[in-house]
Design a protein around this ligand. Structure first.
Ligand SMILES: [Zn+2]
Length: 325
């Protein structure tokens, strides 16, 4: 039998390499992104996985199976799943931005506690594009204390005061993007139509949201006339009756707390406490006063992004923040 001429081989070789090249490059790129968290998890370090904004996007919708290891790339197979890859973190310090909102509605005359629905949507879409996955406060403190799995870019999205506009304007946007949040409820206002009521809270819990207490009367806890037992313990009991699941997180009105209040919060069954202060670094042991990043009405999308780690969008400096009492 005659051998095919040399040019046939060369033509075939050319065809093969031109088809294979893009696929190989994309596999290499994917494996570089996905391999690094699993590698980091095996190291004896307490630092969480961090990725700089310049690195490739970690798409929340296409991930590899957790069993994959960074072996030579030509043997890798990609298995798209609906959930992002969660990687084990040892107990210790964590980097997790915790956002704080109050109202999601059109701001009446420059009110810093309002974020417009349009801006809120842009912020949430920016978080999705940057590869964030929402977690609850309960998950955050559990991993901080005992270790456990976290997504590559975790974020907690919290809403204080239980304003009804959060259910009307934030919940649908977040639901469509696969995000969940944490709402802190003032139990004295449960029957007030301006605030979330029993049915709303049940709907949120069914959708995977976390419900926490923002005390009974929203007083400065260092001066509350109702007393700490009513503010912390009774509000927790009442909320648990309403939502039918454990309530383990407290948000201190005005961010005000002290050592005595923190001790009482633990005694009354809370495992996490939400405060103020900004920043995304949470040293182990700060479970009962976790600092949050307050998102204000005046922030542009770039200023919002400038407050966050891992943000892939535009970044602008934030005006000097004035501290709320
Ligand atoms: Zn409040």
């Amino acid at each position: 039998m005659n051998k095919p001429p040399l040019w046939v081989f060369l033509l075939l070789l050319g065809l093969l390499t031109s088809c294979a090249a893009p696929k190989t490059a994309s596999l290499l790129r994917e494996s570089a992104v996905m391999a690094s968290p699993s590698l980091t998890a095996g190291l004896p370090t307490r630092s969480p996985v961090t990725m700089t904004p310049g690195e490739a996007d970690l798409s929340p919708s296409v991930t590899m199976t957790p069993s994959l290891t960074p072996v030579p790339t030509d043997t890798l197979t990609l298995a798209p799943t609906l959930t992002p890859t969660w990687v084990f973190h040892p107990a210790g310090n964590l980097v997790v931005p915790i956002l704080l909102y109050h109202h999601i509605a059109e701001p009446p005359n420059d009110n810093r506690y309002f974020v417009s629905p349009e801006m809120f949507k842009q912020q949430m879409e920016g978080l999705v594009a940057s590869g964030y996955t929402t977690i609850s406060m309960a998950t955050l403190v559990q991993v901080m204390d005992q270790g456990g799995p976290l997504p590559a870019r975790p974020i907690v999205i919290t809403f204080d005061d239980g304003n009804l506009d959060v259910f009307q304007n934030a919940f649908p946007v977040m639901k469509a993007l696969g995000f969940t949040g944490t709402v802190y409820i003032v139990t004295k206002s449960l029957a007030d139509p301006k605030y979330m009521g029993v049915d709303v809270l049940k709907t949120l819990v069914q959708a995977g949201w976390e419900v926490g207490s923002h005390t009974y009367s929203h007083s400065d806890l260092t001066k509350s006339k109702e007393g700490l037992k009513a503010e912390l313990y009774q509000s927790r009991q009442d909320l648990q009756k309403v939502v039918g699941v454990p309530v383990t997180s407290i948000s201190y009105p005005f961010g005000i707390s002290n050592d005595y209040i923190l001790k009482k919060a633990i005694q009354y069954g809370y495992t996490s406490g939400a405060g103020l202060g900004g920043g995304s670094d949470h040293p182990q042991g700060t479970d009962l006063y976790l600092t949050r990043i307050e998102v204000r009405e005046s922030y542009s999308l770039g200023m919002f992004g400038g407050l966050l780690p891992w943000w892939n969008g535009p970044i602008e400096p934030t005006p000097t923040a004035t501290r709320r009492p």
